[in-house]
Design a protein around this ligand. Structure first.
Ligand code: GLN
Length: 455
């Protein structure tokens, strides 16, 4: 994989940092184990993995693709990294993303633009475009991402890879750099559904260092994926989300989605249409709740605790407040500043009830939509993204069009339910299309079976 990385990186630019020495050391340590020790490890032992640079890695620079964290070498590992190390999985390096995971194209990285291996003139999606491209270009067999509004699933859709957002609280967020804490979740990126299942079993489970971690072990996801590979879905109730599809969705995306639904039926699934009437409001509510949490979480980058510090120029009073202002002005990119300003406004006195309070009510309605839907069906399905991969620059000057790419992924984060995107063939433009499954909270295995059956 290190050789593939070397060959592919000039045209793909998925990695911010390749940790070849660390990976080889970890691989040697795995090789040195006895047969018994190896047998006691999970099935993915010895398989290398790439990590989104939103997850902290002890001794390996971690920047969240922001200038404000440039040069920061974490003194500790995220829980998921500890678990990968214990499982004998070497770490290939840190992958590119939109700064602080804010974006849908990876163009908001402060360092570089990642290219989609299917067409290097196009974006890989975002924010986890680095992890998705690394897996799609065979630079890494597996990767980790973070998903706040779709940042694992939408890049999965645009690069033809599998991407999973586990149940909120199913995978520890300890050591995941916070974007919007009530929505953030770490999850797998892979080329097959079974690989994601095996990886989620390794990284999942209770962690007392994350107060929102669910006090329960990982679900039997690999067994469900293996069962799915028998391609018998008799009795499975599948609901098509009426509100996610049709208008605004590229015809080629809708066509591949419809064909995949026919395949589910052919394997014995009972398919009906289900209405989730409040989903059309999810995007609007997300763009109030998410920036509010961003404005609070990113207050910690104050020039004192981590990374960059910019002192005011001569003639400007050398106060802490000025140092903070100059550091943040230089260290944050435009999109991050836009969200901090939006969030600060939404939370300010006099506006709080009108904006944040209303958005939270919408969030409850979305949770109730999912509950009502899962009273009728086992899994819900939709296209993952309304479009295939778009060209560089196409949506950069129009944040609202960029935001619309996440209409179908955001409802899962708002409700904390698990969801995943799997490849569903190529659209008329020759680019990958993603098919999305949603399952009830803490029932992640329920989506793994039909996903494996369909792939
Ligand atoms: N694209 C979405 C956003 O810009 C989702 C980001 C994410 O999931 N981290 O907020």
């Amino acid at each position: 994989h290190l050789a593939v990385i070397e060959a592919a990186e000039p045209s793909i630019k998925a990695f911010l940092k390749v940790s070849g020495d660390v990976a080889l050391e970890q691989a040697d340590a795995f090789d040195a184990k006895s047969a018994d020790e190896k047998a006691a490890l999970p099935e993915l032992a010895g398989v290398p993995i790439a990590i989104k640079d939103m997850i902290v890695t002890k001794g390996i620079e971690t920047t969240a693709a922001s200038k404000i964290l440039e040069g920061w070498v974490p003194p500790y590992d995220a829980t998921v990294i500890e678990k990968l190390k214990a499982a004998g999985m070497p770490i290939l390096g840190k992958t590119n993303l939109d700064e602080f995971a804010q974006g849908s194209s990876t163009e908001h990285s402060a360092y570089q633009t990642t290219h989609n291996p299917w067409d290097t003139e196009r974006v890989p999606g975002g924010s986890g475009g680095g992890s998705a491209s690394a897996v799609a270009a065979f630079e890494a067999p597996l990767a980790l991402g973070t998903d706040t509004g779709g940042s694992i699933r939408q890049p999965g859709s645009l690069t033809g890879t599998v991407g999973v957002k586990p149940t909120y609280g199913g995978v520890s967020r300890f050591g995941a750099i916070a974007m919007a804490s009530s929505l953030d979740q770490i999850g797998p990126v892979s080329r097959t559904v079974l690989d994601s299942a095996l990886l989620q079993e390794i990284i999942g489970g209770h962690d007392e260092r994350d107060s929102t971690s669910i006090p329960e072990g990982p679900r039997p996801m690999a067994a469900a994926a293996r069962e799915g590979l028998r391609r018998d879905l008799t009795g499975l109730k599948v609901g098509l989300v009426k509100e996610l599809g049709g208008e605004g969705f590229q015809p080629g995306v809708q066509a591949r989605f419809n064909e995949a639904v026919e395949l589910l039926k052919a394997m014995g699934a009972e398919v009906t249409e289900v209405s989730c009437p409040h989903f059309p409001y999810a995007l609007g509510a997300y763009y109030i709740i998410m920036p509010s949490e961003v404005s609070s979480n990113l207050a910690r980058y104050d020039g004192m605790r981590y990374g960059l510090r910019v002192m005011p120029p001569e003639g400007v009073p050398q106060t802490a407040a000025n140092m903070m202002a100059y550091t943040r002005e230089a260290g944050f990119g435009d999109e991050v500043k836009r969200r901090i300003i939006l969030g600060t406004y939404a939370l300010s006195a006099g506006y709080y009830d009108a904006w944040y309070g209303s958005a939270q009510k919408v969030r409850t309605l979305i949770i109730n939509d999912f509950k009502a839907a899962f009273d009728q069906v086992d899994v819900l399905v939709s296209p993952t993204s309304p479009t295939t991969a778009f060209k560089f620059g196409e949506k950069m000057n129009d944040p609202l069009t960029m935001y619309l790419n996440d209409v179908a992924t955001i409802p899962a984060n708002m409700a904390g339910v698990p969801a995943m995107s799997i490849p569903a063939g190529l659209s008329d433009d020759g680019l990958p299309v993603g098919f999305q499954f949603f399952a009830p909270q803490q029932r992640d295995e329920v989506m793994y079976k039909p996903a494996a059956a369909l792939e």
